[in-house]
Design a protein. Structure first.
Length: 99
């Protein structure tokens, strides 16, 4: 019985890298947008939907928020937490979502 537990434990521990490898960082980053822009960019009325928007326009807005060129209440703070490449990936993610 003791040997079985060790084999089971080793097998479960061996699965941890597989579970971690399946996490898509872009989806994790985009999830931070859900509070205001809805799940997968499908916003509630009164908020800006991001799903299906032009990725280049969205990226430019994000970069403008980050640089302080576009006024905002929260977006200038949020965007500063991402690299330009991460913002590019987030923009592409939302652009690929169906409206």
């Amino acid at each position: 019985m003791k040997a079985y537990r060790h084999i089971l434990a080793a097998g479960l521990l061996g699965m941890i890298p597989l579970a971690q490898a399946q996490v898509d960082p872009v989806k994790v980053w985009a999830a931070a947008c859900a509070n205001c822009h809805g799940t997968n960019g499908h916003a509630q009325p009164g908020m800006e939907a991001l799903a299906g928007k032009d990725k280049d326009e969205m990226l430019q807005k994000l970069l403008d928020f980050k640089a302080g060129r576009k006024p905002a209440t929260l977006m200038h703070q949020i965007t500063k937490g991402y690299t330009d490449d991460e913002l590019r990936a987030i923009s592409a993610y939302f652009a690929a979502q169906k409206k």
